[in-house]
Design a protein around this ligand. Structure first.
Ligand SMILES: *Cc1c(COP(=O)(O)O)cnc(C)c1O
Length: 432
């Protein structure tokens, strides 16, 4: 599946329509409630609503809660949801059944696994007290690491993406990275960096927020130590959907989780006054699972797993790369002269499922003007040395090639007519 090349003759919308006709994944779009007038390029921030979700949540509320009342913890299988959903996610990230659970938020799970990693290092009586991460990592990851570093007498060392391997040394306890950068879409080589961490005697903690469900991930093949990820992005679990946490089997028996709640107890319903952690990943649970949110996440996961008979993550990845490549090439070809540049890596193996553009001026307003036209992407503010970004996520489950064409056509018109300069597009909202 290759997007038309812009080198020979100018690309046309018909060529993109033809790509959709040939797309084996095209029927999956039917699984989603998508407003017909919208081109949704923000599934990397909040996945869209699967058609199955509303009924499922309603059944959970009306039948399971309303009629089954407390018996639904057993009869409707509520108590198994963290593990059952975890097993579905495991299939999508290269983990084995029983190695992964759904719980809490990404931020909270990151706290747990970073704590666990630091404790494993201390148990081996190492003097390692540095957490290495990337300066442009997602803020919550950095904040969690800062709070842990303060609590545990450690140091957080932030370096650029290219300096990571060189920053690992005999003082490094943990390499903590987000696989796909939220801002640029740049993707790390998980296998190589995990190996580099291990060679230096450090443990590797991966945040899969922008990769789980978007790119093939193989946690066990990479030999990663811990991983966390998000339920409401590419897993389409709904706003605030619970997150997931994975621990490699070699640590499952001894990792220490700091939030020792009763759901992580070896036998929670014995109501024993002493904490005794469950064996394995169940120990990563803390409190009562949010059943309604889990029901919605279950439908979101099924929407991704629906691709399995059609080639699964590999097929999704091929289409995602074709979509992102086509978008970047079309912006180059059709929006030339408007000061926009593609900042996401052009090399496929280094790019997640998004394309980011930058412009010296007006990035926020351009995104707002596009949203007014029904093309929903988002804006991420820069900082000294990092430009403002227009961010477009491409989810192959429901996006069409013609959406890529139409989105770029809207962008071309917004730029050509200076539409973004209107004052209404330059007022900031609370959530960007
Ligand atoms: C989206 C995202 C999060 C979200 O964390 P929450 O606890 O769900 O708010 C965390 N880390 C990264 C890298 C993300 O992209």
């Amino acid at each position: 599946m290759n997007a038309p090349r812009s080198t020979r003759s100018a690309p046309t919308r018909d060529q993109f329509v033809a790509l959709d006709t040939a797309d084996r994944l095209a029927p999956l779009r039917q699984l989603f409630e998508l407003p017909p007038e919208v081109i949704y390029l923000d599934g990397n921030s909040l996945g869209p609503l699967p058609k199955a979700t509303a009924d499922r949540v309603q059944r959970t509320v009306r039948d399971e809660w309303g009629r089954g009342l407390i018996t639904s913890w057993n009869h409707a299988g509520w108590i198994d949801l963290p593990r059952r959903l975890g097993d579905k996610i495991a299939r999508l990230v290269g983990a084995a059944p029983g190695e992964l659970v759904v719980a809490d938020s990404t931020s909270v799970n990151l706290f747990k696994v970073l704590w666990a990693a630091l404790t494993l290092q201390r148990q081996q009586a190492t003097q390692r007290r540095v957490i290495v991460s990337e300066r442009s990592n997602f803020p919550t990851d950095l904040y969690i690491a800062q709070s842990l570093a303060a609590a545990r007498g450690c140091e957080l060392r932030l370096v650029g993406a290219r300096e990571l391997a060189a920053a690992l040394d005999e003082h490094t306890a943990v390499l903590m990275l987000t696989h796909v950068n939220y801002r640029t879409g740049a993707m790390h080589d998980m296998a190589a960096l995990t190996r580099a961490a291990h060679d230096a005697g450090a443990l590797a903690v991966w945040d899969l927020a922008h990769s789980a469900g978007a790119v093939p991930v193989d946690l066990n093949a990479c030999g990663a130590d811990f991983a966390v990820g998000c339920g409401y992005k590419y897993f389409n679990g709904g706003p605030g959907a619970p997150a997931f946490v994975w621990v490699h089997a070699r640590h499952a028996a001894q990792f220490e989780q700091p939030l020792a709640g009763w759901m992580g107890h070896a036998s929670p319903f014995d109501f024993h006054p002493e904490y005794r952690g469950a064996s394995g990943i169940a120990r990563a649970l803390c409190g009562t699972p949010p059943v309604l949110s889990m029901a919605a996440l279950d439908c979101g996961l099924d929407s991704v797993l629906a691709a399995e008979p059609l080639g699964g993550m590999r097929a999704l990845r091929d289409k995602s790369l074709a979509l992102t490549r086509a978008f970047a090439d079309l912006v180059d070809a059709r929006c030339a002269g408007h000061g926009l540049s593609v900042v996401s890596p052009r090399i496929d193996a280094q790019r997640g499922s998004q394309v980011c553009l930058t412009r010296d001026e007006g990035a926020y307003a351009i995104v707002q003007a596009l949203i007014a036209r029904g093309v929903i992407g988002d804006f991420r503010a820069g900082e000294p040395g990092v430009p403002d970004i227009l961010r477009f996520g491409f989810t192959p489950l429901y996006l069409r090639f013609v959406d890529v064409w139409d989105a770029v056509e809207h962008l071309r018109q917004v730029m050509q007519q200076g539409e973004w300069r209107q004052p209404r597009f330059n007022r900031r909202h609370a959530v960007t």
